[in-house]
Design a protein around this ligand. Sequence first.
Ligand SMILES: [Zn+2]
Length: 147
Amino acid sequence: MKYCTQCGSEYQDGVKQCADCPGSELVDAETMRQRHIPLPGEGDTRKFVRATTADDPFTAEDYARLLQVQHIPVFVRPRRAGTVDVLTTGTLEPWWEIMVGEEYLERATQLLAREKAELDATADDAARAAEEEERETEDTPPPAGTL
Ligand SMILES: [Zn+2]
């Protein structure tokens, strides 16, 4: 199938030109997606797919904000790693899914990868700083009551 890049009408592969839009291009569904042109019937039923996950709500929020700034439709969906009640096991960590409009997945993935790298770099700095601080306070006896 091919689609008109102007009106979105569907055509057989053999057709060279849209009947309604003289001079417009007919392309396949893949190309339509790459150009962010909704296919027939897809316009209003936007599908959301998971772009990445976060281990804490702050990271999730940070990711969501990053994508919003880029005008990418996004929402955060809190999840748990399993269906067992967290109170009875005490081992299950909650996590967060970053959901984006399907047609923005590729762009969102790139942006998130970059953001993640920056966050990791910051975390490394923080870890280094903490280590240095630890070395400085190594000889300090632990506060009473911790033993
Ligand atoms: Zn057309």
